[in-house]
Design a protein around this ligand. Structure first.
Ligand code: UD1
Ligand code: CA
Length: 481
């Protein structure tokens, strides 16, 4: 297929989207980790146009701010009042000096399933056939609301008639206007000046350009989309969820075909930015977001949510939540662990059950197996942190760091009151509150001495079940174990 690079792509995103019933502008709603307009821009970007213009209007401060963040190279044109799609394109062309030589592709900002492939095909057909305009159409099961493609007996497209303006016979047509077009830039600019507003909505319809160009004797063509679902515009949140499902299925299908096992695609959700290596296994109920990367042979889930997290080869993540974390090769996380930003787990390390980490480096082979909080810490290699330990990093005002060396064995129920350092090879006793540095190779004991007050129950709780049990025990010979 020939690559015909358009001079410009104009994305229409000025409409309000009232049916979303939302404080967020329609085109900023998210599916699979990207806004609706972000998906459209990604597809448009594949055409490598010289100019990419987004026409903004309703809630334009929010839309413009979003565009500056996700697509800083994109230009915006303001359509202050939404006087129709033709008017919107006119505003877009004004941003480019009124007219453009070469092909201008127009797309709507609310069609997130549109692929670069389909746009390339449209653009190629347009160039190859030497058309003045080529419209992307599709056969849909229910054409209600769409503009209908009217063809003559020879099959040539003669006009697009909006649903509201269509006759009974025209409403029976199931081939619809997707809202996506390729135009000759100069002819488009000229025709837009002649678009009138004598229709049921009193708007400048972009679709009228087609009839205007045809009447002037120019070639008008159509490119039929292979899959009508691709051109679906999002108008409400039901359609938003349907589009999300379709896109998610596309992403998972691609992952599976590249060698990823997805046990249950119905309960697995991924963003477009997630990447996988071969022989990854994803268990049910898993959500993968942002720049998450799963390396070869790792296994994630069930019921895990990873955001911007890298999981190393052969690692195992089970029932965990991770944000901006790095899980080393063959490391083990969970079940029931929470890795917060800055958690870096080296090779073969373990963050076990009910463990939370934050801004913490866990060295190779080091284990934090149970019920602990590790915040603002560096732990060396092959150390073991006892169950129910807390890295006490916050004094109520500032955060402080704890360093634990390599080959340490810290006891259960330790509090490491930061800032504090435990030297290499050191031990700490169970139940210790460590407030002072522990030199390498030492045992730190930081707890009250145990005192046994004999006969206390008999004196203070006479006649109680405890007292009777103690009395019986004192009569029996001591047991062997
Ligand atoms: C439009 C088409 C219709 C097509 C349908 C496909 C026209 C007249 N009708 O109808 O043939 O089947 O899309 O989904 O073109 N917009 C602006 N400024 C405006 C008006 C709209 O930027 O003044 C933008 C909207 O934000 C949206 C797109 O243009 O992204 C389409 O507008 P919408 O009002 O949804 O048009 P439809 O009535 O659906
Ligand atoms: Ca629409």
């Amino acid at each position: 297929m020939s690559t015909s690079r358009p001079a410009a792509v104009v994305v229409l995103a000025a409409g309000e989207g009232t049916r979303m019933k939302s404080a967020t502008p329609k085109v900023l709603h998210d599916i699979c980790g990207r806004s609706l307009v972000g998906h459209v821009l990604a597809a448009a970007g594949e055409l490598e146009p010289e100019h990419l213009v987004v026409v903004v209007g309703h809630a334009r401060e929010k839309v413009t701010a979003h565009l500056a963040e996700v697509a800083p190279d994109v230009r915006t044109a303001v359509q202050a009042e939404q006087n129709g799609t033709g008017h919107a394109v006119r505003m877009g062309l004004e941003e480019l000096g009124g007219s453009v030589d070469g092909t201008v592709v127009v797309v709507c900002g609310d069609t997130p399933l549109l692929t670069g492939e389909t746009l390339r095909r449209l653009s190629a057909t347009h160039s190859a056939d030497g058309n003045a305009v080529t419209v992307l159409t599709a056969e849909v099961p229910d054409a209600t609301g769409y503009g209908r493609i009217v063809r003559d007996d020879s099959g040539a497209v003669t006009a697009i008639v909006e649903h509201k303006d269509a006759s009974e016979a025209q409403r029976a047509i199931r081939e619809i206007n997707s809202g996506v077009f390729a135009f000759d830039g100069a002819l488009l600019a000229d025709a837009l000046k002649r678009v009138r507003t004598d229709n049921s909505q009193g708007e400048e319809y972009l679709t009228d350009v087609l009839g205007i160009l045809r009447e002037a004797g120019h070639r008008v063509g159509a490119s039929v989309a292979g899959d009508h679902r691709e051109i679906a515009g999002i108008n409400n949140r039901v359609q938003l969820s349907e589009a999300r499902r379709i896109l998610n299925d596309r992403l998972l299908t691609a992952a599976m075909l590249s060698g990823v096992t997805v046990i249950d695609p119905a309960t697995t959700w991924v963003d477009v930015t997630v990447t996988f290596e071969q022989d990854v296994v994803v268990h049910p109920g898993t959500q993968l977001h942002g720049a998450t990367h799963l390396a070869e042979g790792c296994e994630v889930g069930p019921n895990s949510r990873l955001t911007d997290t890298r999981v190393g080869a052969g690692a195992r993540v089970d029932n965990a939540v991770a944000v901006s974390a790095e899980v080393g090769p063959e490391a083990s996380v969970g079940p029931y662990a929470y890795l917060r930003p800055g958690s870096r787990l080296a090779r073969r390390s373990k963050v076990g059950t009910y463990v939370e980490t934050k801004n913490a480096s866990i060295g190779e082979g080091t284990k934090v197996p149970h019920l602990s909080y590790v915040g603002d810490a560096t732990i060396g290699e092959f150390s073991n942190i006892g169950a129910a330990s807390v890295f006490v990093n916050y004094d109520g005002q500032d955060k402080h760091h704890t360093t634990v060396g390599s080959h340490c064995r810290t006891g259960s129920d330790n509090m490491f009151v930061a800032p504090v350092t435990i030297g290499d090879g050191a031990y700490t006793a169970a139940g210790s509150v460590i407030t002072k540095d522990v030199p390498p190779g030492s045992l730190a004991v930081a707890r009250g001495q145990q005192r046994n007050i004999e006969g206390w129950v008999a004196r203070k709780r006479p006649g109680s079940a405890a007292a009777k049990a103690a009395e019986a025990a004192s009569r029996e010979p001591a047991s062997e174990d």
